[in-house]
Design a protein around this ligand. Sequence first.
Ligand code: ZN
Length: 376
Amino acid sequence: MYTLLTKNGHARRGEFKTVHGTVQTPAFMNVGTAAAIKGGISSYDLVDLKCQVELCNTYHLHVRPGDDLIYELGGLHRFMGWERPILTDSGGFQVFSLASLRKIKEEGVYFNSHVDGRKIFMGPEESMRIQSHLASTIAMAFDECVENPSTHEYSKHSCERTTRWLYRCKDEMERLNARHDTINKHQMLFGINQGCVFEDLRIAHMQEIAKLDLDGYAIGGLAVGESTEEMYHIIDMVEPFMPAGKPRYLMGVGTPGNIIEAVARGVDLFDCVMPSRNARHGHLNTWSGIRNIMNAKYQKDDTPIDEECDCPTCRRHSKAYLRHLFKANEMLAMRLAVMHNLYFYNTLMEKIREALEQGTFPEFRDRYSTLLDTRI
Ligand SMILES: [Zn+2]
């Protein structure tokens, strides 16, 4: 259940109650694709890094180790040793982006596994069953993430099919949540808005899916190649049609600046592989911009990555040490860098929430929106 606490313009400070605890929003969900955060970050690290929600990928876990196995072992929370909320995506995005030889039919999608090439079928019911096996807190509806560019005609047909799939997802989840042998009988369902870059399709689809009174609503199919301006424009268009009493999730976004701008437009939840992926390449977020730790100027720099950061890495280590670890290909380089970036993102969300509570979010946005995405 979502409670709106306060607003600054369109930006919302809220609380989202789940069976695995309350999420303070706006929040950034930390991406643990195959039940692990890449870079050697464990579930107990995530608590220190102020992570509120971990996101795991249905498709990856279905292919390996298999959702049946995770179900047998008591569900994903127990499997990973993580007690707080977990959101699982529907598998749709990976089916459409990773899998080869896919064929989309009304019943679902036929494709070959990217691991061993074996044939897999996934439709709304299969996605819900897998996510029910994983026993995540929040399950995402199975949708088609339309490629950009796509024609208006194709996008329209795809949106209509995604809506029909959503009804099937909702029915299947209700059936599964009522079963005595379901691990999480309070699993929630979020619907996903699609429509490529077409305003009329985006709005019509949002109005259609809002009728279902789901637990939350996501905007999908963005950050897939369109310009930042186009992305912000679509959020501006769709937001008035998103139910105010439900959390709003912008999928796969983004940079600190993107997040601040989307919060300003009324979004509550985010996820992105960017902080961990960038960290593994030595690109580190700081409160004065993005640093490349491989830069020669840090060779003898005895100060932390960011003087303002009190993450486990910055509390103990210098830029010179981290640069050395990267140069020497030490595994510890990845771990320390990812810890810093995730802590930065989770702290960014904390500061956004504080600014909203104090009514100073517009000043926060002016100060940081561009600055945090600048390379220094
Ligand atoms: Zn740090």
